[in-house]
Design a protein. Structure first.
Length: 334
C-alpha cells in the first residue's frame, strides 16, 4: 500500500516541473516576438538616415569636383598665355642681344648676309634687264657681295629641319632666309626644300616657284612651322636640287642652311656632289653651292660640338669646289 502512494507522488511532481519549464519557454518566445518588430523598424530608420547622409556627401563632393575642374581649366589657360608671353619675350631678347652684339663688337666670322646687303644688286642677264627695265645699270661681270657671287637667276634653299635647328636656330634661320632673298631683288625662280629633298610647297614639286613679293612672304611665313624629318646630312637635298632643276641656260645658286653633319663620311658627300655637279668645258660647275652654318649650343670648357665642326668642314670643302662661299654664324647671328 505504501509503495503505490510513493509512485503517484513522484509522478505528479515530475509533471509539474516539466509543465513549468515548457510554460517558461513559451512565455519567453511570446515576449521576444512582441519586441522584435520594434527593433527591426529602428534599424531600418537608422540605415535610411545613413544612406541619406552619404548621398548628401556625394552631392557635395560632386559640386566641389566641378569647381576644381573649372579652376583647373582656368589655370591651364593662364599657363598657356604665360608660355606664349615667355616665347615672345625670348624672341624680343634674342633680337635685342643680336643688335647689341652687332653694334658693340665684331664677330670672328664675318656675316655676309646682313641687312646692308639688301641694297646690292645681282649681275643681270638680258632677260633680267628686260624685266627690270632698260634704264637699269648692269653690274660688273665679276660682281660679288661679301664674297658671294650674286649672278644667279634662280636660287634654291636646302634647309636642315632637324630638331637641333628647330630648337636653337629656327628664328635665326628665318631671318637669314629673308636676308638672302633680299640680296636678289628679282629672280626668275625660287625653290625651297629640306636637306632630305622634301619640298616646302608640294604644289610646286619639281617646278620653280614664281618670284613675287607675295611669294616671298609666303615662303618666310611657311618657314615658321615647317618641320619635316631630317637626317642632318645635306647630300640628298643638294643632289635632288641639281638633278631636278639644272638646265644649261640657267644660272642657279644653292644655299645650304644647317648646323651639324651626322653622316658617316664627309668624303662620301663631297664625292657624291662632285658626281652630280660636274664641271663643264670651261671648268665651271653646273650650279654654285653656298653654305650658312648655324651655331650649336656649347657648354663651358667643351667648345663647339663635334657635329657642328663636321658640318663646317663639309660645307667649306663643298663651297670651295663648287664656286660658292661658306659663312659661319655666331650665337647672335653674326
Amino acid at each position: 500500500m505504501r509503495r503505490r502512494r510513493d509512485l503517484q507522488v513522484f509522478s505528479l511532481s515530475f509533471l509539474d516541473v516539466i509543465s513549468c519549464g515548457f510554460g517558461a519557454i513559451v512565455l519567453l518566445l511570446v515576449l521576444s516576438k512582441i519586441y522584435e518588430p520594434i527593433a527591426i523598424e529602428q534599424t531600418q530608420e537608422e540605415l535610411h538616415g545613413v544612406v541619406a547622409r552619404l548621398q548628401e556627401e556625394i552631392f557635395e563632393l560632386m559640386g566641389e569636383t566641378r569647381v576644381i575642374d573649372r579652376n583647373l581649366t582656368q589655370k591651364q589657360e593662364q599657363v598657356s598665355e604665360i608660355e606664349e608671353k615667355v616665347a615672345r619675350l625670348r624672341g624680343d631678347l634674342s633680337a635685342i642681344l643680336g643688335r647689341y652684339e652687332a653694334s658693340h663688337e665684331q664677330s670672328e666670322v664675318q656675316n655676309i648676309i646682313e641687312g646692308k646687303l639688301a641694297s646690292a644688286r645681282q649681275e643681270l642677264t638680258e632677260e633680267m634687264e628686260r624685266l627690270l627695265g632698260e634704264g637699269y645699270r648692269r653690274a660688273p661681270s665679276d660682281s660679288v657681295i661679301g664674297g658671294i657671287p650674286v649672278d644667279s637667276e634662280y636660287i634654291i634653299f636646302v634647309i636642315d629641319t632637324s630638331g637641333s635647328m628647330q630648337r636653337f636656330s629656327w628664328d635665326l634661320a628665318q631671318k637669314k632666309l629673308s636676308e638672302t632673298l633680299a640680296i636678289y631683288p628679282q629672280v626668275q625662280g625660287i625653290q625651297v626644300m629640306n636637306d632630305m629633298g622634301e619640298y616646302m610647297f608640294s604644289s610646286f614639286r619639281g617646278k620653280w616657284i614664281p618670284d613675287s613679293p607675295g611669294r616671298r612672304r609666303a615662303i618666310v611665313k611657311r618657314m615658321r612651322r615647317w618641320a619635316p624629318f631630317s637626317n642632318s646630312s645635306p647630300v640628298e637635298g643638294i643632289t635632288r636640287a641639281i638633278r631636278t632643276f639644272y638646265a644649261p641656260d640657267r644660272k642657279i645658286s644653292v644655299y645650304v642652311f644647317g648646323d651639324e653633319f651626322t653622316g658617316p663620311s664627309i668624303e662620301d658627300v663631297i664625292t657624291a656632289v662632285d658626281h652630280i655637279n660636274r664641271e663643264d668645258a670651261s671648268g665651271q660647275r653646273l650650279v654654285r653651292i653656298h653654305g650658312v652654318g648655324f651655331p650649336l649650343p656649347s657648354f663651358p670648357g667643351e667648345g663647339i660640338p663635334n657635329t657642328g665642326i663636321r658640318f663646317a668642314t663639309l660645307m667649306r670643302a663643298l663651297c670651295e669646289k663648287n664656286g660658292g662661299t661658306f659663312v659661319g654664324l655666331s650665337r647672335f647671328g653674326t
